[in-house]
Each structure stands twice: as C-alpha cells, then as structure tokens.
Design a protein around this ligand. Sequence first.
Ligand code: ADP
Length: 399
Amino acid sequence: MKVLVINCGSSSLKYQLFDMENEQVMAKGLVERIGILGSVLTHQAGDKKKIREIKIPNHEKAVSLVMEAIIDPEYGVLKSMDEIAAIGHRVLHAGEDYSDSVLMSADVMKSIRKNIELGPLHNPHNITGIEACRRLLPGVPQVCVFDTAFHQTMPPEACLYGIPYEYYQKYKIRKYGFHGTSHRFVSARAAQLLGRAVEGFKVITCHLGNGSSIAAVKDGQCVDTTMGLTPLEGLMMGTRSGDLDPTVVTFLMKKEGWSCDEANDFFNKKCGVLGLSGVSSDFRDIEAATAKGNKRAKLALDRFAYVVKKYIGAYIAVLNGVDALVFTAGLGENSASMREKICQDLDYLGIKIDPEKNKVRGQEALVSAEASPVKVLVIPTNEELMIARDTYEIVQEKK
Ligand code: ADP
C-alpha cells in the first residue's frame, strides 16, 4: 500500500511517498515559493533528483506537479496515481475536536475551518492542500493528523489559564500544545529503545528546532506541554519570544503604536534568539557568532538553554520523577553543545550526559553516562512516518 504524506505551509508544500509494506520512503520533495516569483519543485527518489523551476501560482498546481513528478517515466516511482491508496495530511489545529488522527469527512473539514481562528497561519493552507488533493485524486481516502491531538490528554489544571472560566467556555481559550506528532513519535520510540512498556514509562521530550516545545509524557499520554493557545508560548524559539509577562505586549503596543496584528507579527517573527542575539534565527549562525566572541549571541544561547532546563525541572516535578529525557528536531538532534549546556548541573535530578557519547549528530543514540539514573537519548523525529502509519491504520480499519 502506497501512502502520500502532505504538509502544506503558506508558500510551501512538503511531501513523502511511503511504501507501507516496508515503511520505506519511495520519493520525497518540496515545493517552494508557491504564489511567489521563482517557484521551484525539488523531487528526490533514491539517487534520482529533479529540480523544476516553474510557475506555481497556487497549491492546486503544486499538488498536480507533485503527482506528475511521482509518475514521471524518468524520475518517478509509480506507473499511475491509482497506486496511491491514501493521503495523510499534517494539520495544525483541531481545537478540542480530535484527540486522534481521523478519516476526512465533512465534519472534519468543518472543524478545521472552525479552528482557523486558533491556527490562522496554518489551517487555511492545510485546507487548500486537502481540497487540491480531493479534486485531483477523487475517491482516494484522506486522513488528517493534527499537531494538537496528542496533547488533548492534558488535565484541566495543566491546560487552563488563570483567566475567568467563561472565556474558556465562550472562546475555548486554553493551552492546546503543538508538535504533537513529533512528541508522540519520539516518546514511543524512547520506550521501545529502552525496552520499556509504555505503561509506567515517564519521559520528557524536547523538540528543539526553529519552533521548539517540550512535553511531559506518562503512560504514553501527554500530561503537559510548553506551547499554548498558539505555538508562541513556552520556550524562547528561533523568532518567537516564548513566555513573557503579558504586560510586555500591551506596553510595547502603546509605546510603538502597534495594532494587534503588528504585535502578533512582532512576537512571532522578530523575537526569540533572533531578537536577543541580533545575529540570526538559525542556531548554527548563533553558535558560530558565539565562538567568535559575540556576547549577545552567547546570551541568546545561554537563555535558550536556561529556559529548556527550567521546564525540564518543572516537568520532573509534574511527573514525580522521570525515566528518560529525549532530544529531537534540528537543534536537539544536531547540537551536542546545546544538549550538554542544557544538561549541565542537573545531576541532582539524576541527569548526567557522557560528553563522548554525546558527540552524535542526527542519529539515534543513548548519550547519558552509565551511572545516570535518567537515560538521555537523541532520537531523530519522523513526523511523516507517523502520519503515514496513522493513515495506513485508519484506512485499513475502514476497509
Ligand atoms: P523547523 O522544522 O521548526 O523549521 P528544524 O527541526 O528543521 O526546524 O530545526 C531547524 C533548526 O535547527 C535550524 O534553525 C538550526 O538552528 C538548528 N540546527 C540544525 N542543524 C544544526 C546543527 N548542526 N547545529 C546547531 N543547530 C542546528
């Protein structure tokens, strides 16, 4: 069974085609600059690679080019699109409507539309991708895998804010959490790698990339996570501020004369390590600048590590102990120095990294010292595979 996984962003579309017999990626690619001058499709199948610079005015055209690439006689991998048995979509926000992946239906579409208010930057593009697939591959089942779903198990004391309850009832204002597919994947994989049953297993998963979040997971269920109503809460990130006193927002709006949209844009796109360092939102650039003596770059790294450490401590308290700590995503998988910095002086909590074992990049590894009571692991995340698995299972069940 072949499953196509699609992740639609505002001007980009990422895809992977899986053969679910062996969970192998047959082809993958990226369409960039959709609706902007200089659109390009990069398609890869094994060692065959094709780059097409072509006008791509909208997501429908992007999906049709992906399909052309998949069945291309030269660099494609299928004879016909009929071989695709199902399509899995990454969708950002399902509000409180879904705590699991679901088969597409009119109700599901209604929910994604309703939740545009909570995910204005992503849900509209997710809808565009779903509709384009429906038009181009009518009759092929589509499955939605939500970023928020895994976190739906958070208890009320973890996910409600200290504001009048009627605003939760009226507007559904609460913590939702994101990167759920990644936290679910790496937490389950950690249990598997350590030979532990999911029941009774306590793990803290640190998804550290451009967007970053941490989750506390017990018995395979999320009990708390750092992101909130939107992906702005929690850790300081590439360009997002993370936690701050809400008065900072109103203070700056008054001083700078910003509208709500301008303030939103500022705290999402101009803050985080970019704003603090003044160097870049990319941790590689900030690490390089720090090595050259840039003090603000060092401050950005120090603050990032500090906030991560603080949440690890908080989540050990929430879980009443922890068995494993997992690092994943671009920074978590690749930066040995950031992992070491975060885990420094956590011996009291039973976390001790082995600097030698920690010298890994982008591969599964146990990096804690032999004597460390808490196991520290690097586990590359694979949201696409998780989406493909969910899609496969849901479509099989419905047969
Ligand atoms: P997202 O999916 O949120 O865009 P990723 O998980 O791909 O982000 O992570 C991207 C970030 O990971 C980059 O911005 C970069 O800062 C960081 N990163 C990637 N490789 C390295 C590395 N070798 N060293 C340090 N940071 C890295």
